[in-house]
Design a protein around this ligand. Structure first.
Ligand SMILES: C[S@@+](CC[C@H](N)C(=O)[O-])C[C@H]1O[C@@H](n2cnc3c(N)ncnc32)[C@H](O)[C@@H]1O
Length: 190
């Protein structure tokens, strides 16, 4: 099941709202990060810059074939050898066999603009299970204030809600930061 309010606008409009390299840097994704999973990778807005920073494989998962096709085209244009794209529905909380079969340690997972979904704690528990010891989970979301896009206020989580959900999923909150005028970030560690 596709998560509620998870459709995207045109790529050009979406990407006006982010400085992905700066956001990834603030949320401590760096060259020491080996393998990375971007949950709901969309157009690859964060996946592609992240693949150029990390030293291992960058895996993007999304339910939407149209977004994955756009992302794949960009990956091919940039000739990035370390990106894997997986079409998968994460709403059932089941283990990703594709990732487990890859037999790698996942040391960073991003949940960017995702946690207004129906089952945020289940999704965070899924990341916690997949993550290697001491691995990190980076979250960003639209601030709960007037913004030019973003989900309805009624389902938009506050930073403190996200911290609570992460802790319920067994993660430790490392920091909460402002990453832009419209977005905040939360970093967790396993
Ligand atoms: C608001 S977009 C965010 C995209 C990307 N994380 C970013 O910030 O640029 C939400 C993404 O989640 C994906 N998505 C929605 N439901 C999903 C599901 N059940 N399993 C996997 N991906 C899903 C959508 O297709 C979309 O690409």
């Amino acid at each position: 099941m596709q998560y509620r309010e998870s459709d995207m606008p045109e790529v050009e409009l979406w990407e006006r709202f982010f400085d992905p390299v700066s956001i990834l840097h603030t949320l401590e994704l760096d060259h020491n990060t080996k393998n990375y999973v971007d949950v709901g990778c969309g157009f690859g807005t964060f996946l592609i810059p992240a693949a150029k920073i990390i030293s291992g494989v960058a895996i993007g998962i999304d339910i939407n074939q149209e977004y994955l096709d756009i992302c794949r085209k960009r990956v091919e244009q940039e000739k990035l050898p370390n990106i894997e794209l997986i079409k998968e529905d994460l709403s059932d909380g089941k283990t990703s066999h594709t990732i487990t079969q890859m037999d790698i340690d996942v040391d960073y997972i991003s949940l960017f603009n995702m946690l207004h979904c129906e089952n945020p704690v289940d999704l965070l528990k899924w990341t916690e299970r997949l993550l290697a010891a001491k691995g990190k989970v980076g979250v960003i979301h639209w601030k709960p204030q007037e913004t030019p896009r973003g989900p309805a206020m009624a389902i938009r989580p506050s930073p403190s809600k996200i911290r609570t959900w992460g802790e319920q999923a067994g993660l430790k909150c490392v920091k909460q930061v402002d990453v832009s005028s419209y977005h905040y970030g939360v970093l967790f560690e396993k």
